[in-house]
Design a protein around this ligand. Sequence first.
Ligand code: ADP
Length: 259
Amino acid sequence: VGGHPKPQAAPMKPSGVKRILAIGSGKGGVGKSTVSSNLAVALAKEGRKVGLLDADIYGPSQPRMMGASGRPASPDGKIIEPLHSHGVTLMSIGFMVEEDKAVVWRGPMLMGALQQMIGQVNWGELDVLLVDLPPGTGDVQLTLCTKSELSGAIVVSTPQDVALLDARKALDMFKSLKTPVLGLIENMSFFTCPSCGSEHHIFGHGGVAAEAEKLGVPLLGSLPIDLETRLAGDSGTPIAAGEGAMAQAYAQIARGLVE
Ligand code: ADP
């Protein structure tokens, strides 16, 4: 890595990788990266060989969420050695730039970096490689969907109308690119008051389930607003690494993905 990555015709599905699944969202802040890291950890706990590629060029959060830092080694200057964290093989655009620096690459450089991260990383044997996409429907998504062999895509949304509206666009993009949509995940779907125990639908109610039904795609799970999830992500040990209710919820979604 380093220097100026140039686009090259590296194969976009590493030979040892069985399936590449992209995780997208219509807009930022809905929990796409949180869901990605937790699903990766949950799949690893289920005994799968899992890779996680953080392709969120505008805000790579996986180094922090997975508690991994450092520069991936490249002894021969070609093949890049990924990092490993919580049982997951990990590569992030964040390992290639400083944490507080913006990624200000132009399109071709970005595409080159992305192709390197798929084609030149020593992913090894993986049952599944999860790709944490940037939010929206831009160049990165387009490159990934057209130049790599994606087995499917998952879209994360909150129940909020604006998020759902954008999620619909993301779904439409995958559809027009002929990437099968495996389903929707509703995040921040409700908050259980720790004092009175009642459920509050802070971002609305039922929207994602209704959308999934309308579009004929499965609702893979509904995850609550959960303080421990946020704290765990910030501390670099995803909540799915533990044993509580949230870890169970992620385990259930993970099992549905690999059945
Ligand atoms: P995105 O990748 O869609 O931009 P993130 O995963 O970075 O979103 O999440 C945005 C913020 O919301 C983070 O601080 C994260 O810890 C928090 N967050 C995500 N999901 C939940 C949840 N279910 N409960 C509480 N906080 C969450």
